[in-house]
Design a protein around this ligand. Sequence first.
Ligand SMILES: [Ca+2]
Length: 428
Amino acid sequence: MKYNCVLGSLVLLIGFSVASVHAIELSDHPKVQEVADRLVADGHYTSSELEELFRHATVQKNVLDAMTNPAEYKFTWGKYRKLFLKSDRIQRGVEFWKANKETLTRAEKDYGVPASVIVAIIGVESKFGKFKGKYKVLDSLVTLVTGFPRRSKFFASELEHFLILCKENGLDAKQILGSYAGAVGYPQFISSSYRNYAIDFNDDGSTDLINQVDDAIGSIANYFIENGWKPGEPVTSVPVTAVTNEVASLVSRKRKVQYTAADLRSKGAIIDTDIPEAEKMGVLMLDASEVVHDKKSSDTYIVRAGDTACEIAERNNVSCRKLITLNKLGKQGKIFRGQRLKLPVKAQLASQRVRKGSKDRSSSQNTKWEVVRSPVADKVSETEDRTQPRYFYTHHNFYAITQYNHSVLYAMAVYDLSSAINDEYQKL
Ligand SMILES: [Ca+2]
């Protein structure tokens, strides 16, 4: 749905450098020119309309700064979660649900997507409409097409969708505000999602995600169903703080269910008895970035926030190439937070020497993982200490949430928030 971006309120927390602003000339930017040419060829705009429009477009350095520091990479899971699971956001969620009860009930009935999940998405994306974005979408998209080469093709497509969207809905492309990645409205839909999945849920003849909360609610439900949400099915198990070694070795952030419940049970996983043997599930661990493992586990390194493969290699006295080859990381050396990286034996010894004398927070933990149910329910607390790893058995619907934003942290934050809001709402 969105390109790995986060809501406006979060953007504010990250902070920006001073914007450098200059208008663009189409002839200086071939990728933008290509978009313009297609729009003219397809009859959406005339050349003069687009020339006039792009005279108002400016490149914004702060968009690029925000893009390279998304919260999903910047924060540990513990910090990320606290941003969203604040009591005021839960309370606002309850208020939002009460205020839009009829529409949410209708969306849940028509689409089978729980009201609590829709409320949580709107809460995470725009704080219930309070922060819909402060960047001019035209500027953001032009900036990303011209200044973010890795994804310029994607953003060129979004720029094209955006300009068609404006034309189709009579919107002024120069004025529409959104996130730094060009996402707009209560649900922060990017333009392609807006065009493909937004619906006119209040049946007034316009599909308006910026001003009509009913349309936003129906559109989120439609988006989820179109992207694989299975009504009535679970999202994740309750977390456990430890699992068997065999189960721990299956931890993955791949966005798919990889094992059957029967596979996992045979490796020692305790999964609710009402989950059928053939159910496909995944195993996810969070909070790893805040856990220091004991020495006997030092044949692996758990990737922390901000790490790069080469920095880890350097710290462990291994060549970058060797670490990448050993862990089959591909040419880019791509890693993700919480990933277990193998270290060569020599590096383990060096690493242990370096660690000697440093405080080992895990010294009280057993070396061997044991199957232990979390002693407390997963209650929401802003001050909760989450230094323990938490393991989740994830279902298909968990990965349906990652269709909205590819981060598993995002999906877990949405699900946690939906559960917290639901708990409070049901008390009314
Ligand atoms: Ca409408």
